[in-house]
Ligand binder design. Structure first.
Ligand SMILES: Nc1ncnc2c1ncn2[C@@H]1O[C@H](COP(=O)(O)OP(=O)(O)OP(=O)(O)O)[C@@H](O)[C@H]1O
Ligand SMILES: [Mg+2]
Length: 353
């Protein structure tokens, strides 16, 4: 692994937001893999060789990172499949941003290794095919939104005739159409975050890494970003999403890894990882002991006055349960699903309860 630089690029005004190989406008060439077509920002995953496509989008083995006194990552292994929305879920300080920086080659690992799009993390050519929305970033306040995007098209080495079309397509996708001539300095933080997302979509990246993309957005903005993420996946891109928002992971991620204190705690679909228990409470008139047997197949049940609590029932079986009770002669007056909250389960997973 030979990261080209180890500095934090995101906070520095004027630094390429996308991880271009060149890094400065003056040296950006027209080098290949990222060269997209005009006006199709974020449209597809670009061309891949068979071998590339067969490799996972990300494969990390025992990644470790120690900053002076802090162990940020303690042996992280994970695989992100091509074409999925992968959620990297964890509380503040868990090591999410550190992991992303290692995968992008912005920071050197203390140990372990990672392949990204089939190449060692930090590989210069591969960087061109990765869109990156950093956690904290600032664009040049004096540039207009379109100028920011065009600058990044240039840094990416996209062909000059495509710049304006690609910039306008990105503005459209992130909901900033009509604001292209406004200066970034006049943008609200939510608008700046949208613009950052627009930059991450330029050049049809095969992998889009979003570090807390909705942190500055209102509920409408969050919803829109989630729609964009789904659309990116539908077009064949892989999305790596850092988030501490469980709801966000639940809504958009195909799979998640939960990370805590630099270690992976669990991996799977959100359903598998969180594995919430589902109960249903019913108010039923005419409840009788002879029901015990027919209802036992739905879960554990506990009679409680004229109430009935069924624990561990599959949510899809509730209508069937109601039908069974009615056929036994009961009158169902109320059905109240009781699911363990996502948050409660998450805290349990992190050992906080
Ligand atoms: N440059 C650095 N120097 C020293 N320690 C660092 C540095 N960057 C991160 N750390 C430490 O590494 C740990 C993980 O930080 P990281 O930013 O990766 O967490 P995170 O999961 O992204 O958190 P958040 O949700 O708050 O963004 C923290 O303890 C943090 O203080
Ligand atoms: Mg972070």
């Amino acid at each position: 692994m030979s990261p080209a630089r180890s500095a934090e690029p995101a906070a520095a005004p004027g630094r390429a937001h996308r991880l271009t190989a060149a890094g400065t406008a003056g040296t950006a060439g027209t080098a290949g893999a990222a060269a997209g077509t005009a006006g199709t920002a974020g449209a597809a995953a670009g061309t891949q060789t068979g071998a590339e496509a067969a490799s996972p989008a990300v494969h990390a083995i025992d990644l470790r990172k120690q900053y002076r006194h802090t162990v940020a990552l303690e042996g992280l292994s994970m695989t992100v499949r091509r074409g999925e929305v992968f959620g990297f879920l964890g509380p503040n300080g868990a090591g999410k941003t550190t992991a992303v920086k290692l995968l992008l080659g912005l920071v050197r690992p203390t140990g372990g290794e990672a392949l990204v799009l089939g190449a060692p993390a930090g590989d210069r050519e591969t960087r061109r095919r990765i869109g990156y929305l950093p956690e904290l970033f600032r664009f040049q306040s004096w540039l207009t939104a379109r100028e920011v995007l065009v600058l990044h098209c240039r840094l990416l080495g996209l062909p000059r005739p495509s710049w304006r079309g690609a910039a306008d397509a990105a503005l459209q996708i992130v909901g900033l159409a009509g604001r292209e001539e406004d200066r970034v300095g006049t943008f609200s933080k939510g608008m700046q975050q949208r613009l950052g997302l627009g930059v991450a979509l330029l050049g049809e990246p095969a992998l889009i890494v979003l570090d807390e993309p909705t942190s500055a957005l209102d509920p409408v903005g969050r919803h829109q970003v989630r729609m964009i993420i789904r659309e990116l996946r539908d077009r064949g891109a892989t999305v790596f999403l850092n988030t501490h928002l469980l709801e966000e992971a639940e809504h958009v991620c195909d799979r998640v890894t939960v990370i805590d204190k630099g270690r992976s705690v669990a991996t799977g679909t959100i359903g598998e990882v969180v594995g919430r228990q589902s109960n249903v409470r019913l108010r039923v008139a005419g409840l009788a002991d002879r029901w015990w047997q027919p209802l036992a197949g739905f879960g554990r049940w506990v009679a409680d006055g004229d109430g009935l609590l069924i624990e561990g029932i599959a949510p899809g079986r509730v209508p069937e349960l109601v039908q069974e009770i009615v056929s036994l002669g009961g009158r169902v007056e109320a059905v109240v699903p009781e699911q363990q909250s996502l948050e409660a389960r998450f805290l349990e997973l992190l050992g906080e309860t």
